[in-house]
Design a protein around this ligand. Structure first.
Ligand code: ZN
Length: 426
């Protein structure tokens, strides 16, 4: 047998050890031991080999704009939205495109090979939409970029948002977005969910709404989203992003709500870095965490994937394009500390997000696209703990990023010469 690329003796996320043979852009074989020749061999002994990281919730039109034209002084969601309004007036097509491309370089270096980005459709120039459609084409050889038409200032609240959102979909944006909790009234929010889901049903598109990103326990647009999903036959194609109000909702109401979400097969995308940073800002103490009910949804079979949301933008002053940072924070805030839950947090930034985005061509299986990552960690839980370097990133069968494993040299008498913080139980 011959392969173009052979990854030897890696540890897969499920614990199996395997060789992975790649021909062209496709995974051709996964076996405990492949007797084969290859154009190039990567020795992954002792290292985790994983499907690519996937971010199902991002804002690529705003990324890397931190400090332009000023920083968010209060740190609240609402000041972030106001600041974005100021930035939109001064930004150019080239700036948006170049910042997005720079971010994609970071993403590739971290093995993040599929991203769903919301793009603001309230600006009459649709400059962000044009820039990200170009970026999508440019990065297609290494990143699956899915775009969501996002009427960020409100589908009804912003005077031209409705018309511009439809224009953006006509231009080729993939997914229908919304922001019902930001409309003027609960009733307008409810109507926006209905109309946007109808637009998606007519066009055969997926839906992903910023939904109930608030601490208000009476913000219940997720109920309408589940209802419209059921009514319009959109099961499996709809996601509710954030759902932070669910943190504060009455428990009896949630006991009715969660089965409705499960029945409609609506996915949930919490964004733990941003939720823990922005929610509870109006509280004194006790201060709410504001993360949605992750384990409770998973217990009912609802798909829940961690999203990143922001890197260096009007809402968040940090961020690294590392989905393991996101999993790490989510694990803590949702208290997912059992071994099974910690491993699940890794799956939530890889395979679960892949399935939420409908990217059936990705995954560690024969016949799938050869996009994968070799990490400096022994297994999935250790990867979440260490958030380690990506030693090799392979996209469509090509090595697109790599770095050498580097342990720290120690100069302490009687102690080992190097240390890398990896740990073998026992
Ligand atoms: Zn968002």
């Amino acid at each position: 047998m011959t392969f173009d690329l052979l990854i030897r003796n890696g540890t897969l996320p499920d614990g199996r050890k395997a060789d992975i043979g790649i021909r062209g852009e496709t995974i051709a074989a996964i076996e405990p031991k492949l007797e084969a020749e290859a154009g190039r061999v990567i020795n992954a002994t002792g290292n985790l080999v994983s499907p690519p990281f996937v971010d199902p919730h991002f804002h690529m039109d705003a990324t890397l704009s931190y400090g332009i034209p000023r920083i968010n002084a209060s740190g609240t969601l609402l000041e972030g939205i106001a600041l974005w309004g100021e930035l939109k007036k001064v930004m150019t097509f080239e700036e948006v495109r170049d910042r997005a491309l720079a971010y994609c370089d970071w993403a590739v270096s971290m093995g993040l090979l599929a991203i769903r980005s919301h793009v603001d459709t309230c600006d009459d120039r649709l400059l962000g939409v044009e820039a990200l459609l170009e970026v999508k084409k440019t990065v297609a050889p290494y990143i699956d970029l899915q775009l969501v038409a996002f009427p960020q200032d409100g589908f009804y609240r912003s005077p031209t948002a409705r018309e511009n959102t439809i224009r953006a979909l006509d231009m080729g944006v993939d997914v229908v977005g919304g922001i019902p909790h930001f409309e003027r009234t609960m009733e307008d929010g409810r109507r926006s969910v209905t109309e946007l889901c109808e637009i998606a049903a007519e066009r055969g598109l997926m839906v992903d709404m910023h939904c109930d990103e608030t601490d208000d326990p009476l913000s219940r647009h997720i109920e309408q989203l589940a209802y419209e999903t059921q009514r319009l036959g959109l099961q499996g194609r709809v996601a509710g992003s954030h759902l932070t109000s669910m943190h504060s909702m009455d428990n009896y109401y949630v006991s009715k709500l969660l089965p409705l979400i499960a029945e409609a097969r609506v996915s949930a995308i919490p964004n733990p870095l941003i939720n823990i940073m922005l929610q509870g800002r109006h509280d004194t103490f006790p201060k709410r965490r504001g993360l949605t009910r992750v384990k409770e949804m998973q217990a009912l079979g609802i798909r829940v994937g961690w999203g990143q949301d922001c890197v260096l933008d009007p809402w968040y002053s940090l961020g690294t394009a590392d989905m393991l940072d996101v999993a790490f924070m989510g694990l803590h805030v949702a208290q997912m500390s059992s071994p099974a839950d910690m491993a699940k947090c890794f799956d939530m930034v890889t395979t679960v997000n892949t399935s939420i985005m409908g990217l059936d061509h990705l995954g560690l299986a024969v016949g799938k696209r050869a996009s994968l990552v070799v990490l400096d960690a022994g297994d999935a839980i250790e990867a979440v703990r260490l958030r380690p370097e990506r030693l090799a990133v392979i996209a469509r069968g090509k090595v697109v990023a790599e770095r050498t494993q580097q342990d720290t040299r120690l100069s302490i008498a009687g102690r080992p010469k190097t240390v890398n913080r990896r740990h073998r139980a026992g």
